[in-house]
Design a protein around this ligand. Structure first.
Ligand SMILES: Nc1nc2c(ncn2[C@@H]2O[C@H](COP(=O)(O)OP(=O)(O)OP(=O)(O)O)[C@@H](O)[C@H]2O)c(=O)[nH]1
Ligand SMILES: [Mg+2]
Length: 330
């Protein structure tokens, strides 16, 4: 069987060895759900686990990519192989960025132990969250021990990103406005670490104080039931100069120790595994339904009824699902 021009076994072996070309190819196969992608993921599954997956989310333009690149340097100094996955970026890490327009990538662009990929996967089965989770699995199996996942967080998406990673950092900037307003979006609920970036701009200290007070109140309110609740620290950074990045790396290490000791890491990973199982079942059921000859026949046959308004799509769907249920039960 060929997956994207490479025999399966060679591709699996290449990924396990961390070979750049194999990793890039495997990521594309998984990202685009090309034929054989689930077989590939199945073969790599035993190798996942060592990577620390760290989410970086926050409003557009907050400096997430700049911070990601700065963190890459920090992790490389610790000896890690590092991957960055930017999901639906407004300014992708592509040739343009490599050539140095907005994000200064020179320090990491040519490092063979750094893998950077922008993803814009819309409408694939299971959605962006599922394919991102699985792309991270490929990178994990390929021996990247730090994986950064950048997403623009403005609404519901940070809840998604929280299920993708072990640790979530939320990046805010003084000009993103009212810190308390941020509390209402659910953004802070999901955060393990808050970073007030662009600390070179006015208002950063005030935002840090405001967030700290708000989080203290929240943690205090939760104390009776969540004995182990940990207030997310609020750190200042200037990603564009690298100032404050060292303390963020140290805090991520401390966070990790706490997550391991408290059992929180295990709980999160179990949740992620269950979510992955649901995604795989979703896709399998979806395929089964739409490859089922009776389903397509029934949909085609109902065409006239739908056009004439004799039946609604809802009635039709109910009938088709009922027919499938009868088949499963018999
Ligand atoms: N003054 C200042 N500018 C910064 C800082 N960090 C990033 N920037 C600038 O802010 C702009 C946006 O930075 P990005 O890293 O692309 O921000 P982003 O959050 O990844 O943006 P999107 O992915 O488009 O949402 C760039 O022009 C950066 O150079 C900082 O600490 N201080
Ligand atoms: Mg970005």
């Amino acid at each position: 069987v060929l997956v994207s021009g490479m025999p399966d076994d060679a591709l699996v072996a290449g990924v396990r060895a961390g070979a750049v070309a194999a990793v890039a190819r495997a990521v594309s196969v998984v990202e685009n759900a090309r034929p054989g992608f689930e077989t590939l993921l199945g073969a790599l599954y035993a190798g996942i686990g060592p990577a620390r997956r760290i989410g970086i989310t926050g409003p557009p333009g907050a400096g997430k990519s700049t911070l990601a690149v700065a963190l890459v340097s920090g992790f490389r100094a610790q000896g890690h192989r590092v991957a960055v996955v930017a999901v639906d970026p407004t300014s992708p890490f592509t040739g343009g960025a490599l050539l140095g327009d907005r994000i200064r990538m020179e320090p990491v662009a040519l490092d063979p132990d750094v893998f950077i990929r922008s993803m814009a996967t819309r409408g694939s089965l299971g959605g962006v969250a599922a394919s991102t989770r699985e792309v991270c699995d490929v990178l994990d199996a390929a021996g990247f021990t730090r994986i950064l996942v950048e997403t623009v967080g403005v609404g519901q998406s940070e809840v998604d990103v929280a299920t993708l990673v072990d640790t979530l950092a939320v990046v805010l900037v003084p000009e993103s406005g009212d810190g308390i307003q941020m509390l209402k979006t659910g953004l802070l609920e999901a955060a393990d670490l808050l970073i007030v970036n662009k600390a070179d701009r006015p208002g950063a200290d005030a935002l840090q104080r405001e967030l700290t007070v708000a989080l203290d109140l929240r943690t205090g309110a939760m104390a009776p039931t969540h004995g182990g609740a940990r207030r997310p620290p609020v750190l200042l950074a200037t990603a564009s100069t690298g100032a404050g990045v060292g303390p963020i790396v140290a805090e991520l290490d401390a966070q990790w120790d706490w997550q391991q000791a408290s059992g929180e890491l295990m709980r999160r990973r179990e949740r992620r595994m269950m979510q992955r199982a649901r995604d795989v079942i979703d896709r399998a059921v979806h395929r089964w339904v739409w490859q089922h000859p009776a389903v397509n026949a029934l949909v085609d046959a109902a065409g006239d009824d739908l056009r004439l308004g004799v039946r609604s799509p809802y009635q039709m769907a109910t009938e088709i699902v009922a027919a499938l249920q009868r088949e499963v039960q018999s």
